[in-house]
Design a protein around this ligand. Structure first.
Ligand SMILES: [Zn+2]
Length: 417
């Protein structure tokens, strides 16, 4: 009740810090008692003052369950899960669900696997579609793990596919709030588990659809925000290819051309994220694993990578004495321009450059972002000190290895098509 005798929802109530921590000056408090020890000789006198403060917290009887879960969740949950082990407690369980509401979860947006399993179990037990929906609707689809699958199947058995599809769609809507978050599960692993549990394809579709769109969104952010940092982009390449493989297998499984086309179009428009050689190697791997070429979108992507590899073959291998590195810097300042002249130079393998500290670190950070085969050393001699830039000795051997890979890959692609 508030001061106007109207009842107030607990959740809307707020306690200020100065209401829970004592902020009153000591002198203004009512003294209850004092103890004085007197002079003790070898240590100082002790004087204790005793004050007393109290607060009474009152809540309604019907809110007891909610506070049990809020204040003592583990124990309440244990007692609750014991209830659903026996048939015949449906009414009581539904009552508890109604009263505890969101307090049943420790973190309802991202319930951990154990939380989810027990709460989904409760949802299935009550056999009450609306109440179960209101209990389970708050989760996010991106928080799903493989442990979600079996309890979902149980819900599918109790409430049907339509109900479950509506639930997952609600979870997908919830996930849109956290736009940068990626799915917690690997898509192809999810589908395998879903198959084992006989989860309906329509439910899988909702999960895969959200997952693919989340990856497309995340890639697009990566491409736009870290355009200058090839280092970061390259470091994430193995993970990106692994995800790409999962998505291709998921597309083959779902056989939904709209979804596959969206993914393929995305890969084709982001060559920096999906370089032709690495993509071609992945596509060949999928082929060996027997993933359907047309359903997975691999057929279109194979057509897309082939001319890229052909062009690289036709360009041939670089000359052994050629030290040029192709790259373009994002920064156009005079120092970066000078540095890039060195990077592009076919004859220069090392440059010793007297340069002030602030410009040395600027040039180094810009070049490191480009992830080039370059080494830096700051030589603290003379004034100003010197920046020594050296091109990697592996430049030619690495180019040779890559050229061989491109040739092999191109020949394999031609043999396949
Ligand atoms: Zn610059």
């Amino acid at each position: 009740m508030n001061a106007q005798s109207q009842s107030v929802a607990y959740k809307t109530l707020h306690t200020r810090d100065d209401q829970t921590c004592m902020s009153t000056e000591l002198g203004e408090l009512d003294l209850v008692d004092s103890e004085y020890e007197g002079f003790m000789g070898n240590y100082g006198e002790t004087l204790d003052y005793w004050y007393q403060r109290g607060a009474i917290v009152v809540w309604r009887v019907q809110d007891q369950i909610m506070f049990d879960f809020d204040l003592n969740r583990n124990q309440s949950m244990q007692a609750f899960t014991a209830l659903i082990q026996q048939p015949g407690n449906e009414g009581r369980v539904a009552e508890i669900v109604q009263q505890a509401g969101a307090f049943l979860f420790s973190d309802y947006r991202h319930p951990n696997a154990a939380d989810w399993a027990s709460i989904a179990g409760i949802g299935a037990y009550i056999s009450h579609p609306e109440l179960a929906f209101s209990l389970l609707e708050r989760c996010s689809i991106r928080a799903m793990t493989l442990a979600y699958v079996a309890p979902l199947k149980r819900l599918q058995d109790v409430y049907g596919v339509d109900w479950c599809e509506r639930l997952l769609q609600k979870w997908a809507t919830n996930a849109k709030d956290a736009r940068t978050q990626l799915p917690a599960l690997e898509l192809a692993d999810f589908l395998q588990r879903a198959d084992e549990n006989a989860l309906d394809r329509r439910l899988c579709r909702v999960v895969i659809d959200d997952g693919i769109n989340a990856y497309i969104h995340d890639d697009t952010m990566t491409a736009s925000t870290s355009a200058t940092s090839a280092a970061r982009r390259n470091a994430a390449l193995p993970t990106r290819l692994k995800t790409c493989s999962h998505i291709a297998r998921a597309c083959a499984w779902l056989n939904d051309s709209a979804l596959t086309d969206a993914w393929v179009a995305h890969v084709k428009t982001h060559p920096l994220l999906y370089p032709a050689l690495e993509l071609a190697q992945l596509l060949m791997q999928l082929q060996t694993q027997g993933v359907d070429r047309n359903k997975s979108g691999s057929a279109v992507l194979l057509q897309y990578v082939e001319p890229h590899l052909r062009d690289e073959c036709n360009r041939g291998l670089r000359e052994p004495g050629d030290w040029s590195i192709s790259a373009s810097a994002a920064c156009r300042c005079q120092y970066c321009t000078t540095a890039m002249q060195f990077v592009h130079s076919p004859t220069e393998a090392e440059r010793i450059w007297p340069l002030a500290a602030v410009h040395r670190s600027h040039v180094m950070s810009q070049l490191r972002d480009l992830d080039l085969p370059l080494h830096f050393e700051e030589r603290k001699q003379g004034s100003p000190h010197k920046l020594v830039m050296t091109k990697d000795q592996q430049l030619y051997p690495q180019a040779t290895r890559r050229y061989e890979q491109v040739k092999v890959c191109y020949a394999a692609l031609r043999a396949m098509s």
